[in-house]
Ligand binder design. Sequence first.
Ligand SMILES: *Cc1c(COP(=O)(O)O)cnc(C)c1O
Length: 380
Amino acid sequence: MTPGPVHVPEAIMQSFSAPIIHHRTESFESDLKIVLEKLPLIFKTKQPVFIQTSTGSGAMESAIVNTLSPGDTVLSVVCGKFGERWTEISKAYGLNPIVYTVEWGKSFEVSRIKTYLDENPQIKAVLCQGCETSTGALNPLHELGELVSKYPATITIVDGITSLGATHLQMDAWKLDVVLGGSQKAFMLPTGLSMISFSEKAWGFIQKSKLPKYYWDIQREKKANEKHQTFFSSPVSLIRALKTSIDIILKVGVDPFIQRHEQIAQAFREGGKHLGLEVFAQNPSPTVTAFKLPDSINGEKVQFIMENKYCVTIAGGQEHLKGKIIRIGHMGAIDPEHVTSTLEKLSLTLTELGHKNNPEVAVKTAQALLKDLKPLPSLQ
Ligand SMILES: *Cc1c(COP(=O)(O)O)cnc(C)c1O
């Protein structure tokens, strides 16, 4: 129950046990072709989506090196730990990041971003997260896309790693320029793949980009994809597993799959309230719920007991939130039993640490909110 890596369902596990074939074969190329055709349905774009053999952070780096040039000014919107990563990558590549720091737990304000853009017309890109996983906050990407679309010399670069497939992110309709994702989140896969897509406006930036690139060079990848190949050796097993993942998502339907996340998140939030916990984020994401703990309770102890006594892995707070919040991830293959069992075990843990709570009401509340939730198709 962490915000990545997530539980990998059986049908996906099975796709890993097929024989490993060479990637330059008709059999693999036909699988890759299908995956490349279907991935844009999840990004909600008409643009090609590229697959990279890397974790999500690799796609963040790829987004920067493919679109920008040395010395470029960027606006790094920092709502938490993952926002800080944008600033660090920008510095590593000799960019000039202006940092808009948002209080952890809050979402960014588009009006503030407008002020930054108007006062600093040299800003080439706005870097941000769709969901800031370290706080569980969901950001207003739709309004951001609308705003930045009015600035011809600026693009949005969105870390959609805990947004894609699980929140209503629409790359084209919301006019987002670069959107990227990672495999170990709502895609229900192990870690190791990232995905990235560029708008027409961003392709204009790619033509002019002067940052050095080799492994991440998306123009080479595009040429290879046109022949249903990846530029470097393909991670055959992960891409076949991605094909199974996309099959599951499309069988449920992209929007119903997203709504499923919203319903599960709602059950966690409401259930948690009956355990005496407060939702940390002002505008909470459907993918991860951060709970603020009472002052008397140490979050690291909660995590330890959940893990070692009850075999439920949850995440803690980072940096100044260490010990103060716990984070429960609920992306991908989550069923009502995962929700109720996590709430029950959390209740026992809190009781053990001296925090009175009401497990029956918490579980009943969650069950009532999930009573019409359909199980994911098994594809077997
Ligand atoms: C998980 C996550 C990342 C990815 O990190 P990797 O460990 O590189 O896969 C980046 N951004 C967000 C918002 C995340 O949730």
